[in-house]
Design a protein around this ligand. Structure first.
Ligand code: UDX
Ligand code: ADP
Length: 487
């Protein structure tokens, strides 16, 4: 395949089919993307939505998303997509079969592509060196090996998965050792989309980060990737850096965001002790333009596939590079999050006369936040486990999470071990001693709480782990209410 000539032998220009990139002046001339082929390895929460957006914004690029998981691929080819994101279905339906394809033919996808995005999972290692902290890079590495084996011409390989700093180096080493006559440029292009707002974040990102090696070929490859985004993202929002800055920026961004949540959650404990109201404190401090109002919503704890994993990853890196004090500093962010979940359950037990044993608890919301069906690291999992340890009976309702997902994350089966899954919130609350709101689904605000209260055991308790309900109005109905950080 000669579409991409990264090794420039003829003066100062690279030719990328209809692209001409002049790296001497950093000027590049993206024309049409006619015939350009992108392959994304990994049809997950990141790969699927990101590729759908690229396909939608760049109709001349053929985008193929490949995955080993046939069930997932079938899902992407059906009307019931495996990832729930507002606005995603419309885009997939618009582009699928035209310039957006989902397939298990991983090798074909790799062979034909000019640009390959690696968007596979990088979970925290569960055994061996760095267990519990370091990222498990086996999937990323296997992608690199497969790309090297399959060949098919020169390629730009883009790290989309969040990876530890210097992973690109390992990927480059594997690709270079292939000795297949092709050249590869490894680029870091971390994803900053948040679940639930993925399509909005992709369409109007605060920034797009593209990092590459500081060589002419590296810069040219950065320009190619940047020019794809430039089809819909303003140039000033596309940040070009070196590889390591890009990789580290992703970890740092998530660590800072998680730190804000843990910081306000730490203050919520003080609010509960003193009678202050954490929402008022958030509002007051967020009005300071240097602090800003975002990510100051106190909650039962942060969840999601990124925050904890990335901080642990960061701490592992710090330890690896002989910076134990820095590692300790960031570890506290995760410890504070664990404490918040435990505090929530302890408060429930204290309020309910020091025992929840054999009491029915309606759990409203199981996803790690609203507008997603994702439960990875959801605080609801730990809260439910703690309650089960106290031999409480759980009646769980979530509008988007599949019952099997809830049961498997709790290590139980329907009807066993005191967990039942309910089809609506009223069913979950009927006959319950308490309600625990663990995800901030909008629909919980519209519930008929007078009706719910009348059908509960008395006194009826309500613990709002997201501070989304009007506790004053609920008190008037007769609930005993407890919000996060409400003294
Ligand atoms: C995060 C980053 O925001 C995103 O940029 C990155 O690409 C992936 O990780 P995500 O995990 O999807 O995105 O969700 P996010 O909105 O950041 O929320 C993470 C967790 O923090 C959720 O459990 C959320 O409920 C919680 N949170 C967030 C709070 O408890 N309070 C807040 O103020 C904000
Ligand atoms: P993320 O949230 O980062 O998108 P997911 O776990 O949702 O992570 O998705 C990652 C996807 O990558 C999974 O569907 C998994 O099957 C796929 N995957 C992992 N390794 C490979 C591989 N070597 N080839 C193809 N697909 C892979």
């Amino acid at each position: 395949m000669d579409l991409l000539k990264l090794n420039c032998h003829t003066g100062n220009f690279l030719y990328f089919k209809s692209f001409r990139i002049k790296y001497g002046s950093r000027r590049f001339l993206p024309q049409k993307f006619l015939g350009m082929k992108i392959c994304c390895i990994g049809a997950g929460y990141v790969g699927g939505p990101t590729m759908a957006m690229i396909a939608d914004k760049c109709e001349d690029i053929q985008v193929t998303v490949v995955d080993l998981n046939a069930e997932r691929v079938d899902g992407w080819n059906s009307d019931d997509l495996p990832v729930f994101e507002p606005g995603l279905t419309e885009i997939v339906l618009r582009r699928r079969g035209k310039n957006l394809f989902f397939t298990t033919a991983v090798e074909d996808g790799i062979r034909e592509a000019d640009v390959i995005f690696i968007s596979v999972n990088t979970p925290t290692k569960t055994s061996g060196v760095g267990a519990g902290k370091a990222a498990d890079l086996r999937y990323v590495e296997s992608c690199a090996r497969q790309i090297a084996e399959v060949g098919g011409g020169d390629k730009i390989v883009v790290e989309k998965s969040t990876v530890p700093v210097r992973t690109a180096h390992s990927v480059q080493e594997i690709l270079s050792s292939a000795e297949n006559g092709h050249s590869y440029q490894v680029i870091s292009n971390p994803e900053f989309l948040a679940e639930g707002t993925a399509m909005k974040d992709l369409e109007k990102p605060d920034r797009v980060l593209v990092g590459g090696t500081v060589t002419p070929e590296g810069r040219a490859a950065v320009d190619v990737i940047a020019s794809i985004y430039a089809q819909w993202v303003p140039q000033e929002r596309i940040i070009k850096t070196n590889l390591w800055s890009s990789e580290l920026s992703k970890l740092t961004a998530n660590a800072f965001l998680a730190q804000r949540v843990s910081s306000i959650n730490s203050i919520s404990a003080l609010c509960e002790a003193t009678g202050a109201d954490v929402d008022e404190v958030s509002h007051a401090i967020g009005a300071d333009s240097r602090i800003g109002p975002k990510f100051l919503k106190s909650s039962v704890g942060f969840g999601g596939s990124c925050f904890q994993k990335d901080i642990l990853n960061l701490t592992y890196l710090c330890e690896h590079f002989g910076l134990p004090e820095i590692a300790e500093y960031w570890t506290k962010v995760v410890e504070m999050n664990d404490l918040q979940k435990k505090r929530f359950v302890t408060r429930m037990i204290d309020a309910m006369f020091n025992t929840v044993s054999e009491k029915k608890i309606a759990v409203l919301g199981y996803a790690f936040k609203k507008d997603t069906n994702d439960v990875r690291e959801s605080p609801a999992i730990d809260v439910c486990r703690y309650l089960l340890d106290e031999t409480a009976e759980l009646r769980v309702y979530d509008p988007k999470v599949e019952p099997e997902t809830i049961l498997s994350t709790l290590g139980t089966k329907e009807g066993e071990d005191s967990v039942s899954i309910c089809k609506d919130p009223y069913e979950a609350c009927e006959g319950s001693h308490a309600i625990a709101v663990l995800t901030e689904w909008d629909e919980f605000n519209d519930l008929d709480f007078a009706k719910i209260h009348a059908q509960m055991k008395q006194p009826a308790f309500l613990f709002d782990g997201r501070n989304v309900l009007d506790l004053k109005a609920l008190e008037e109905i007769g609930f005993r209410t407890y919000g996060i950080g409400k003294g």
